[in-house]
Design a protein around this ligand. Structure first.
Ligand SMILES: [Zn+2]
Length: 153
């Protein structure tokens, strides 16, 4: 899933938790649960060389983080936020993807347990191969989580 969707989930968790440690733990594991929703991700590894893969990944991740930043600003204009808790939760929620990415970039099995867990929760990889539909489920998840943020805060 896009980091923005994981970030939205993190914001929802942050609004419902006060303890940073709990926020971190719940947000970290929320990553895998959200990834279990059938979706499609941009293909980062197109086997056209490491350099191109890294540049492509940086562009997509950069754009994703910019969208997340403006989304957070938008949420902040609507509800009261504990900024420390928000940042802890967002960091935790996007961490599994950065661990995964670091492994790819360095080509070293640094966090094999994370890669295996990631793979497990992407159970739908072979079922949902339609990109349009796969991005649509990401959008729907984002909308539902956003509505939950407003409803539960
Ligand atoms: Zn992920």
């Amino acid at each position: 899933m896009f980091l923005t969707v994981h970030g939205a989930t993190a914001i929802l968790i942050a609004t419902k938790t006060a303890n940073p440690l709990w926020g971190f733990i719940l947000s970290f594991f929320s990553h895998y649960l959200v990834d279990a929703i059938p979706h499609q991700d941009p293909i980062l590894d197109r086997h056209d060389g490491r350099k191109k893969m890294i540049i492509r990944s940086m562009k997509i991740v950069g754009l994703d983080l910019i969208v997340l930043f403006f989304y957070l600003l938008f949420i902040a204009t609507k509800i009261e936020l504990n900024i420390t808790q928000i940042l802890v939760c967002i960091l935790a929620a996007i961490l599994p993807d950065f661990m995964w990415g670091l492994e790819k970039v360095l080509n070293k099995p640094l966090f094999k347990w994370n890669t295996n867990l990631h793979e497990l929760f992407h159970w739908h990889k072979k079922i949902l191969q339609n990109h349009g539909l796969g991005y649509m489920t990401q959008g729907i998840t984002w909308i539902i989580v956003s509505l939950a943020i407003f409803y539960f805060s």
